[in-house]
Write a protein that binds this ligand. Structure first.
Ligand code: HT7
Ligand code: ZN
Length: 876
């Protein structure tokens, strides 16, 4: 596990021209023949050897232009094949033969088997587990792939690009050939072979080309792929309309598999998906599942241009494709659904996942400059903060110039492997703006904190905002420069109308965007008739923390009158967070917990406001989570006190809002067949939010039991089960409902995952024993990433009181799990371990236990680089 540095980047000595692969598939002994045509790059020393990457390979043949290479001219090490004595200028062909065992490949990288299906995962460095290869994203080549397999078990043989043809081999085997005309890096290679069902459709591009669409799923599950297909067609159309991007092959395929380390993979023309993000029907999928499927189908499809046609020069540039593609999928979902509600959900996610990462030991820049294990950099910072940085470019430039910059990017760099600097240059060239200070967003880690205070001068009719920015120190970066922060601000007058300043000085302003560029800035708004209430960071225009003293009354004014719906939610959320942090302190000190009347008033007013869409009202009612409260408090956290405080606030809101909630239960009821659209989902969300308060307001499970029995879709059913399990964990009704649910969905692993997750998040110390018991359930499979994430991952990430037990047993349990998973699947182990990234903000007894558990992991023998990288950074 050496450290790789960005500054060490050099192009390869040899240029790869073409790749010809032949796979003879077998569960234990797959033979791969790779024919690679290279030439020495101009100017490269004639004695320079060819060095190819490898990982856990068995090589059985090595030829140069079809002649065996003498042993003296090559070396095979664990991770590399080095060949000397190669032609000085002429192109040459290297043929490497390797043997693989897909069935025993438990890392799910390279070629592996899942439910009898052969499948590959090559990003980031999985191709080197298939053959020796220059396995880096700046090596682009055209691939031909021949697949040979048993006809009976693998009637379907798929790879990237267009289908060339196939034939029966007469010996029980058959073959198929695929050709991908678009030069691509090895990480986008894919092969799938097996026996699967298919859903087919067509899409005609703007220029009139017909594309065959195919989604492959396990036999019998075809009807559950209909929504994914619909989302795919909408994504294709949207990318044409909004980004002028057309699809570029005759066929686009998606394969759903049940063992997968991440959500999905954008292999050229052959996306491979975790089946969780393909399969949906009303009986088994929640509204959240539908929304995720839509977003991830879109995300992977959008990669065809942002990632595949234009790819990354090296893995430091990961945000070039990921941040940009997340931005694109966010915009897509905003157009498909409610923009404001989508933005609220995005910001909630960003704050609960990325902000803690940026504030802890794993903080790193959106464009890092060093790594030990690239798999550990598929982070929320690269993805979600990377998306926010792209969004800020759009905010700075405005819609038209942003589009012009994107068009220039596609034009200038199609077919290339490029850097963030190349990307930024397109926006500078398209707009004539200087984005050098703005670029710090890519290079400085840590969430900037803006401290603001306002002063109104009635005599001068002017309003002065004093603003100060600070970027916290992060690992490896102690001193930070001032950033260019585009902060959207509105000034609301008493009657709720927006002040229109006669002049603004002290900062550049475009529309309602204040451009903060200095550490301290004093901005004066002239011509303000009365004391205004500032509404900061409308639409969450910048991913920052804001510190401002604002009264509940002022926040309530924003919540009632802001034209920006996001800002309305933000005001209520801030009000709630203040109150919840206070409640935690009161609980910890044994004081009575006080719920602010303004908060209750604000929440209930929004809940009952029929002028607002139900999904928005549901977002308002969903209080900040225990993790959000811990983040707000920042240090010396006691999860039990946070939970008690939150519980008390919830009960107070429940008591005051009983009538409204009861009314909403009836008003938001839906009739007719289930529809997964955003409006229906919003009604279900508001109804379930109301139900949740009603259940928390009572001592009896009757309402939850009745909701459980009357539910006719998975959203309502799983919500009811969650309420029962979390509020009445030991009631006979709960045991009964859990058993009924399990029996009904015993043959659907994705639904059983919900059953695991609901139980793993039951608050309190005794859940650890429950989780341990569930690990012996026949439905649990320690080798399947979805099962492990649902039970162990959900417990560690999403059960603050259960996991952070004061006696440290939760941490010790996790340490043992990590050491158990690591030898099989290091990526999965490393990811789940990041659940402990905020351990330093716990109170000292828990923090000490957490540190000891981490040390236990760090000290274990034979740790993977993945886990040792994470644990070392967390302890340093
Ligand atoms: N680009 C994909 C990343 C991915 C991945 C990375 C490491 C190991 C396994 C993986 N599977 C997928 C997913 C995406 O962002 O679209
Ligand atoms: Zn992606």
């Amino acid at each position: 596990g050496q450290i790789i540095h960005l500054e060490d980047y050099r192009p390869t000595d040899f240029v790869l021209e073409r790749v010809d692969l032949t796979f003879e598939l077998d569960p234990r002994e797959t033979k791969v023949e790779a024919r690679l045509i290279f030439h020495r790059r101009e100017g490269v020393d004639a004695s320079a050897p060819l060095v190819l990457d490898g990982d856990e390979l068995t090589m059985t043949g090595l030829l140069l232009d079809q002649e065996e290479i003498p042993a003296a001219l090559y070396d095979v090490a664990d991770d590399a094949l080095t060949i000397r004595g190669l032609p000085e200028t002429a192109p040459f062909e290297i043929t490497v033969t390797t043997l693989l065992s897909p069935e025993t490949n438990t890392k799910l990288m390279g070629l592996y088997r899942t439910n009898k299906v052969y499948c590959t995962q090559c990003e980031a460095e999985g191709f080197r587990r298939i053959t020796y290869f220059p396995d880096r994203p700046d090596v682009l080549a055209v691939y031909t792939v021949n697949i040979i397999a048993e006809k009976a078990t693998a009637p379907l043989l798929l790879s990237n690009g267009n289908y060339l043809g196939g034939a029966d081999m007469g010996d029980g085997r058959h073959f198929a050939a695929w050709f991908d005309p678009h030069p691509k890096p090895s990480y986008l290679f894919a092969l799938v072979a097996g026996d699967l069902g298919v859903v087919e459709d067509k899409f005609t591009t703007t220029s009139g080309r017909e594309v065959a669409l195919k989604i492959y799923v396990e036999h019998g599950k075809e009807p559950r792929a209909a929504y994914a297909m619909d989302a795919l067609k909408r994504s294709m159309k949207w990318d044409e309309e909004v980004f002028s991007r057309e699809y570029d092959l005759d066929i686009f395929m998606i394969v759903a598999v049940s063992d997968f380390n991440m959500g999905a993979m954008e292999n050229k023309g052959l996306n491979v998906f975790n089946d969780k993000y393909v399969l949906a029907d009303p009986e088994t999928a929640t509204d959240t599942d539908y929304a995720n499927i839509e977003a991830i189908i879109a995300h992977e499809y959008f990669h065809n241009w942002t990632g595949n046609r234009i790819t990354c020069r090296d893995w430091f540039q990961l945000c070039l494709k990921e941040g940009l593609t997340v931005y694109r999928d966010h915009e897509f979902s905003a157009d498909m659904r409610s923009r404001a509600v989508k933005r609220i959900a995005e910001v909630r996610h960003l704050k609960s996942e990325q902000f803690p990462e940026d504030a802890g030991p794993l903080a790193h820049p959106v464009r890092p400059t060093q790594y030990r294990e690239i798999n550990n950099f598929y982070t929320t910072t690269v993805y979600e903060k990377g998306s926010e940085v792209t969004r800020m470019i759009a905010t700075l430039l405005g819609r038209d110039l942003f589009k012009k910059g994107m068009d220039l990017y596609f034009d200038r760099h199609d077919g290339q492997a490029v850097t963030i600097e190349d990307f930024i240059a397109c926006f500078e060239d398209a707009s004539g703006r200087d984005l050098s200070q703005f670029s710090l967003w890519y290079h400085q880690a840590g969430t900037p904190l803006i401290t603001a205070s306002g002063f109104y001068d009635a005599k001068k009719q002017s309003y002065t905002l004093s603003l100060e920015q600070a970027v916290p120190a992060t690992p490896g970066q102690s001193a930070k420069k001032s950033m260019h922060i585009p902060l959207r601000v509105g000034l609301l007058l008493e009657d709720g109308s927006e002040a229109k300043p006669a002049a603004v000085s002290g900062a550049d302003v475009t529309g309602d965007v204040l451009h903060l560029t200095e550490r301290k800035q004093t901005v004066v708004f002239a011509g303000i008739p009365s004391r205004p209430v500032p509404s900061f960071n409308r639409g969450f225009s910048a991913p920052i923390n804001l510190h401002i003293e604002q009264s509940a009354k002022d926040r309530a004014l924003i919540a009632r009158h802001e034209v920006d719906l996001f800002a309305r939610w933000q005001a209520l959320n801030a009000m709630a967070l203040d109150n919840l942090a206070k409640a935690a302190a009161q609980a910890r000190n044994g004081q009575p917990i006080v719920c602010d009347e303004a908060l209750i008033g604000g929440l209930l007013a929004a809940a009952g406001d029929e002028g607002l869409e139900p999904a928005f009202r549901a977002q308002v009612l969903s209080l900040p989570s225990e993790a959000d409260i811990a983040r707000e408090i920042g240090r010396d956290n006691d999860p039990d006190a946070i939970q008690s405080g939150r519980q008390a606030i919830l009960s107070a809101v429940a008591a005051s809002g009983k009538d409204i909630f009861t009314r909403l239960l009836g008003e938001m009821a839906l009739s007719g067949p289930f529809r997964p659209d955003a409006a229906s989902a919003g009604q279900r969300a508001l109804r379930n939010a109301a139900l949740s308060y009603l259940v928390y307001g009572e001592d009896q499970p009757a309402k939850a039991v009745s909701a459980f029995h009357s539910a006719n879709n998975m959203t309502d059913l799983s919500q009811a089960l969650t309420l029962l399990a979390h509020r009445f964990p030991d009631a006979a009704e709960t045991l009964d409902a859990l058993a009924t649910f399990k029996k009904r969905f015993a043959d659907n692993a994705l639904v059983i995952d919900k059953w695991f997750a609901i139980q793993a998040t039951i608050p309190g110390a005794s859940t650890l024993e429950r989780v341990k018991a569930l690990m012996s359930d026949p439905h649990f499979n320690p080798s399947n990433p979805n099962r492990v994430r649902s039970l162990v991952g959900t417990f560690a990430f999403s059960n603050p009181t259960g996991f952070n037990r004061a006696d440290g047993e939760g941490y010790r349990f996790l340490a043992r799990q990590i050491l158990d998973i690591d030898p099989r699947n290091p990526q999965l182990a490393a990811r789940i371990l990041t659940s402990m990234r905020s351990w330093r903000s716990l109170e000292q007894v828990r923090a000490k236990h957490a540190q000891e558990a981490l040390k236990e992991v760090a000290g274990a023998a034979n740790l993977s680089v993945d886990v040792s990288d994470i644990v070392d950074r967390m302890l340093s």
